[in-house]
Design a protein around this ligand. Structure first.
Ligand SMILES: [Zn+2]
Length: 362
């Protein structure tokens, strides 16, 4: 018999997360503790629950620029090796407790240098934290593996340096590279040297594109930069026309994205907060899933969006009626699209994902 779908049972389902920001997923209490350690006095509240709500409300304002402001606080308390280790280990514990079996967690190392840490010190501290988190999860009977993505910020000019850093640590579970930050005014083509370097070294990368900005941003990310995946990619719907009788017409770019199976790292709750979609029911994830684009479901920023992988799936279940088979489809899509090696991806699909959903589907 099939297990009824609820938030609690979704937590038991194996899940895969490709788009989650380390500085967007801190526990509110940890923000408070680390602010005290660092002597940082900028926090608006000193009570974990109130602070948690504050993050969500500030991020709810409807603009990507405002949304990014909330990161001033989390970034301010992540400027020491100890702080980075703690945040990284807790991130893994929280994901494992939510039933995530594989996650790619990303962050921009260049943001954590205010206390004098070098880029390698930052990467090594985070990697130590992730390994510690994996061990803690395992001791509680939860198997989880974390791959790291290093981001360069669009508004800075350090993408070549960060791309080199990603390649340098690729044998230490740094699985790829990304460009993040405000899209408007900072097209991905500003970083062509970094993408060229990564391609020359057979390294993997995704690009935040098509969130606040439209089709040109997606087109540049794929055809100029060579992005293997799209961070968000929501605006690809601008290249899809649905007639009144329901007939669907795909433009050349939308066809290309679907034909090439280019993964879309969709983050529904986050997109509602930044205004990329007006409501979940109107979110392009419904249409794109129906058209069998390579859709994946992600959290983006668990603190700011007050979400988990399970709560995202639960919201999609309520809005679109998705059941276990759909959740398995999203999960297998994500695992196939990860930057982990092929053998490892297959092993997680066969050993964790399929048996997990088989049990739930009864
Ligand atoms: Zn993101």
């Amino acid at each position: 018999m099939s297990t009824p779908v609820s938030l609690d049972t979704i937590r038991l389902a194996p899940k895969v997360l490709l788009h989650d920001h380390l500085d967007g997923g801190l526990r509110p209490q940890t923000v408070i503790d680390l602010a005290a350690d660092a002597g940082y006095e900028g926090l608006p509240h000193q009570d974990a629950e109130t602070l948690g709500s504050w993050f969500r409300e500030a991020a709810d304002s409807g603009s990507l620029e405002r949304y990014l402001e909330t990161f001033a606080h989390t970034v301010a308390v992540m400027q020491t090796a100890d702080a980075l280790r703690r945040v990284s280990a807790e991130c893994v514990e929280d994901l494992a407790a939510d039933g995530v079996v594989y996650a790619e967690v990303r962050y921009a190392p260049e943001l954590f240098q205010e206390g004098g840490l070098s880029l390698p010190e930052i990467v090594e501290s985070v990697q130590e934290g992730f390994r510690e988190g994996e061990r803690r999860a395992e001791s509680q009977g939860k198997l989880i593996r974390i791959g790291t993505l290093l981001c360069a910020m669009r508004q800075n000019a350090r993408s070549a340096e960060i791309a080199e850093l990603a390649v340098r640590y690729r044998d230490a579970e740094v699985v790829g590279f990304d460009i993040a930050g405000p899209e408007a005014g900072f097209p991905p083509t500003r970083n062509l040297d970094a993408f060229e370097y990564l391609r020359q070294r057979n390294a993997h990368f995704t690009v935040h594109a098509g969130e606040a900005f439209g089709l040109p941003s997606i087109w540049e990310a794929i055809q100029h930069c060579g992005a293997e995946r799209l961070g968000h990619g929501v605006r690809i719907v601008d290249d899809i026309k649905v007639d009144e009788d329901g007939e669907v017409h795909l433009g050349r770019l939308a066809s290309y994205v679907r034909d090439r199976r280019i993964p879309l790292e969709m983050c529904p709750s986050s997109n509602l907060q930044t205004g990329a979609a007006a409501s979940l029911a109107e979110h392009p994830i419904g249409l794109l899933s129906r058209l069998r684009f390579r859709v994946t479901v992600n959290t983006d920023n668990r603190l700011m969006s007050h979400c988990t992988m399970s709560s995202e799936f639960a919201a999609l279940h309520e809005t679109f009626g998705y059941g276990w088979a759909d959740m398995q489809w999203f999960t297998v899509n994500a695992m196939k699209s990860s930057f982990l090696g092929f053998d490892d991806r297959l092993a997680i699909i066969n050993d964790a994902i399929k048996p997990g959903y088989a049990t739930l589907m009864g």
